[in-house]
Design a protein around this ligand. Sequence first.
Ligand SMILES: Cc1cc2nc3c(=O)[nH]c(=O)nc-3n(C[C@H](O)[C@H](O)[C@H](O)COP(=O)(O)O)c2cc1C
Ligand code: SF4
Length: 514
Amino acid sequence: MSIRVFVPSDTTAASVGADKVAEKIAQEASQRGIDVQIVRNGSRGMFWLEPLVEVAAERGRVAYGPVRSADVSGLFDADFLSGGDHALNLGLTAEIPYLKNQERLTFARVGLIDPLSIEEYEAFGGGAGLRKAIALEPNQIISAVKESGLRGRGGAAFPTGIKWQTVLDTTADQKYIVCNADEGDSGTFADRMLMEGDPYCLIEGMIIAGLAVGATQGYIYLRSEYPRCWTTLNQAIDRARVAGWLGENVLGSGRRFELEVRLGAGAYICGEETALLESLEGKRGEVRAKPPLPAISGLFGKPTVVNNVITLASVPIVLSCGAAFYHDYGLGRSRGTLTIQLAGNIKRAGLIEKAFGLTLRELLFDYGGGSASGRPIRAVQAGGPLGAYVPAKDFDMPLDYEAFMNRGAMVGHGGIVAFDDTVNMLKMARFAMEFCAEESCGKCTPCRIGSVRGVEVIDRIQAGTAREENLELLEELCDTMQYGSLCAMGGMTPFPVMSALRHFPEDFGLDQND
Ligand SMILES: Cc1cc2nc3c(=O)[nH]c(=O)nc-3n(C[C@H](O)[C@H](O)[C@H](O)COP(=O)(O)O)c2cc1C
Ligand code: SF4
């Protein structure tokens, strides 16, 4: 019997040499006459250990990492195929504390299975949610999603069941499910990891959404910088069609659902749902005024569910294990698990799926191991480029939508970017304005013009020119952008700017007590 060796095909692992390692293992095994089966799995999300090679040994899966192709011959000599001792031996993968202490619901299969094998997907619990959904009425599916407490993981945390109900209740000859896989936030990669590591989970979630609202066509709007993901998704969709999951008769239910992937236009604003729909329709990604909501008039003017990858990929487990099971995780109105992406100046960057409620401090130090530079962590930016900077004194704040909101911050897509004490927060505030100027769709004045003026005002503050007046002007400008912009791009750029000023006044030439 051949020995199974797992080498991630995930983009992050590939970027540090996983493909070469896989090739070298195949070559070495053939030279030594050993029968190995190399499985290109998803990443376990422990990026500092990539390429993380795992061997299916008798006592369980044993991990080795980070493995370079130059290490491969030595690994064979150390009998790694039986889990042998070696400097890179990390023990049983499931026992590595970073992974062991997680609560993986959405990511339950990522890294465990061959992403493209439907058989393995089903063997590890996949498909059970869809089979349950097929036996339910649309309203029953939506009730389960509502009762689970699932809220959108794309940024705004809107209750998913309520969005679906609006689409179900809107009569139309055609409805759509659109998956937002544009993943533009800084330091985020959960969508990509899920799509590369367990694509059928997203496909299943989208089919369930289609059954729930009466949509027969789905589109995945994929970030253009994700070429591996594009290939994986297309292969998975082809196989799902052959297996009867997609097409005229979903798993023999007599219901239709088709799915296609579309490549994004490469602009941050194309992640905003209405700009995304414009882009999907082949137009320039410009924000639409709301109302009407996409749930009523979305793609090609038809009722459309727009949901993030993780939102949709969380639906199968809600259906298969029940709303109450999912709802039992988390706290307050933040139910279920959050897929946190730890990035920036951090020792152990990666993906952590945990029930809501974990504190930033636990995340940064217990999981992240502190800064990569070894210096104190001064601030984190949570929730992408429009998210506020959270100072170290607030690191005991739990990851919970409301707790963050109450302090002017946001959880968003769960991206946490760490900065050590060498960061200059005035420069970060300037960057936020510059980013907005660069990425603004240009439709409304507060954002298009305000962001350019914002850069100029911050430059004057930095130069010490009429500092008091310019600080006042910056506050007024942020106020205008926040309340006068058409969408959250211009509306939230003031969050990083003002949080930098509020928490780190010394970087703006002010006394801490000013
Ligand atoms: C400027 C901007 C960029 C956004 N980018 C993304 C993105 O890359 N991915 C995403 O899922 N949502 C993004 N959103 C949020 C979407 O507009 C929308 O709320 C989300 O796709 C809805 O899905 P959900 O309910 O599952 O969160 C963005 C919003 C704004 C304002
Ligand atoms: S806030 Fe910016 S991105 Fe949003 S509609 Fe206005 S110009 Fe476009």
